[in-house]
Ligand binder design. Structure first.
Ligand code: ISL
Ligand code: CA
Length: 544
């Protein structure tokens, strides 16, 4: 039997601290800013915050390049601010889940500074070094995720180091037991300060075998996660979510299966990748294919029916705004925002809300490459232009799928820059902030925020929503997404129109009849009719 854990009924909320709330007018969000908005988050009803990195960092990748794991970046505040955030959130029943970025460190971490200066210091082996090829070039032709080669030469030691991401993010050598012990110690240090868990950045990369050119889910991954569990996590009531771009339903339960003693759940991306071009990648997105998207989504519902647990999300700081990606945010923003929420939050798993999603924030409206800040977008621009892609074509892809869409300032009010800062924000606010902001949405009779609040509350109270298993309906329908949740005799039906056109469907007998409407984006129904017509992006949830 399943032991109930606190995060089974909780909803997570991701804060990207640079873009959330700026307390001192320097244009950069900060920890005091997060503290000042805890009222908003407890109003929403969330159980925990996933806080993107706030550690000391040169910010080449906005903090996913950590220079000191036990200190806070001055632009974000101090350790005292962090302790205050943990305490004040806890008073409101909100846990703080920190981002653990240990596949790589910053090149400014003192370990790397020592490692690059000499071969005969212990820190040298904390990173992955290889001798040059006979011609003096890199050991192999592996490419880095943010463009360029994955190997960079350091003349002082006459070797190349490996970086899966940018050269400013050297990969840590998990083969070294002293390095692993340092990481375990640092994790305990944070947990002892009272945090509620870790979101583990690209954790599926730590078991890599660079010589075999196996990076994702390498041979050492699960032994390392089991060791981490033994050394750090066992006996603590905390939440761990691993990020993995390679996990599939074949490997999912290796991370989060009941008897594995590894992680609680994984962020997996099969439903996200469905929207990307298979060869050309994320900057050449392909038209959205609902059937493929559903296949990905429901395969994980099936996988976690009796074992493991799932992390549910459509947005994060690496992804575009969901209402812009899955719908037309100019014509159907409000119903689409609610329908996407209904679908995600009524699946089985722990749902995550990305900041601004709860008011239907949209993609940025950038027209020029110099409005972008993200190194992935900027590096790919350089590379693709050099390969002959036209700037307009690249921009069209970036306008749809760049990571910066989720990184524009949180829109709190109609004040300048959406009330995010009294200064100049580090990235431009979306010009729609006067229409789309927290104050305005909460005052709207058709509030998106209120819809999210109902969904979040529902999960806390309903065993059916939390533990019921999922059965997909209308599997092959290219326009409608529908599913049931079942627990004992109880049934819940969700049916959603994913298009900008009305859709009429005949419902099978077992779905019609008396029912009570739990949640709807349009007019409520009190019974399920045999023929149902759904308005554009309309969705309904009934208990049968
Ligand atoms: O953002 C991506 C999708 O285009 C990936 O390339 C991304 O780098 C991958 O999702 C891993 O993401 C995580 O690790 C990165 C960091 O830049 C991301 O922000 C983080 O979520 C390196 O630490
Ligand atoms: Ca600030």
């Amino acid at each position: 039997e399943r032991t109930e854990r606190w995060w089974h009924r909780a909803t997570g909320y991701q804060v990207y601290p640079r873009s959330f709330a700026d307390s001192n007018g320097d244009g950069m969000g900060d920890i005091p800013g997060v503290i000042s908005k805890l009222g908003h988050l407890s109003d929403l009803g969330i159980g925990f915050i996933w806080l993107s990195p706030v550690y000391a960092s040169p910010m080449i990748d906005n903090g996913y390049d950590i220079a000191d794991y036990r200190n806070i970046a001055p632009e974000f505040g101090t350790l005292d601010d962090m302790d205050r955030l943990i305490a004040e959130a806890r008073e409101r029943g909100i846990g703080i889940v920190m981002d653990l970025v240990v596949n790589h460190s910053s090149s400014l971490h003192h370990w790397f500074q020592a490692a690059r200066a000499a071969r005969d210091c212990p820190e040298h082996d904390y990173y992955i070094w290889r001798d040059p090829a006979p011609d003096g070039g890199p050991p192999d032709d592996a490419r880095a995720a943010f463009g360029g080669p994955a190997w960079t030469f350091v003349p002082e030691v006459g070797q190349y180091y490996f970086h899966f991401f940018s050269p400013a993010q050297p990969d840590l050598n998990w083969q070294n037991p002293a390095l692993r012990a340092e990481i375990h110690d640092m994790m305990r240090w944070w947990l002892d300060r009272g945090i509620a868990g870790f979101r583990m950045d690209v954790i599926s990369l730590i078991g890599k075998d660079v010589d075999g050119r196996i990076y994702e889910e390498g041979p050492y991954l699960h032994p390392f996660l089991q060791e981490m569990h033994r050394e750090v996590l066992a006996g603590r009531d905390v939440l761990t979510i691993g990020e993995s771009w390679s996990v599939s339903t074949d490997t999912g339960l290796l991370y989060c299966g009941r008897d594995r003693d590894e992680l609680d759940m994984v962020f997996e991306f099969s439903h996200i990748r469905e929207g990307w071009h298979p060869e050309l990648g994320k900057f050449a997105p392909k038209p959205f294919d609902l059937v493929a998207f559903k296949r990905a989504l429901f395969s994980w519902q099936d996988l976690t029916r009796d074992d493991g647990w799932h992390a549910l999300f459509l947005s994060n700081h690496d992804l575009p705004r969901q209402v812009s990606f899955y719908a037309d945010d100019r014509t159907h923003r409000r119903p689409a925002a609610k329908t996407l929420a209904t679908v995600l939050h009524l699946l089985k798993g722990t749902p995550f809300v990305y900041q601004g999603e709860e008011i239907g924030m949209t993609n940025a409206r950038f027209e020029r490459i110099d409005q972008y800040r993200d190194l992935e977008t900027l590096n790919h621009f350089e590379e693709q232009i050099a390969q002959g892609v036209s700037p307009d074509v690249f921009l069209a892809g970036a306008n749809r799928n760049s990571r910066d869409h989720s990184r524009t300032p949180m829109q709190w009010s109609a004040a300048p820059h959406g009330g995010f800062t009294t200064g100049t924000p580090w990235i431009e606010a979306n010009p729609n902030f006067a229409q789309v902001n927290v104050e305005r949405d909460m005052a709207h009779p058709d509030s998106i925020f209120a819809h999210y609040r109902r969904l979040i509350a529902l999960r806390k109270d309903s065993d059916l929503v939390t533990f019921g298993h999922t059965v997909q309906r209308f599997d092959d329908d290219p326009d409608i997404l529908a599913f049931e949740r079942r627990l004992g005799e109880e049934r819940l039906l969700v049916i959603a129109n994913f298009t900008a056109r009305p859709q009429e469907r005949a419902l099978p007998d077992d779905l019609t009849g008396p029912a009570s409407c739990l949640l709807c984006t349009h007019a409520p129904y009190n019974a399920i009719p045999p023929r149902l017509t759904l308005a554009p992006y309309e969705s309904l949830a009934w208990t049968l």
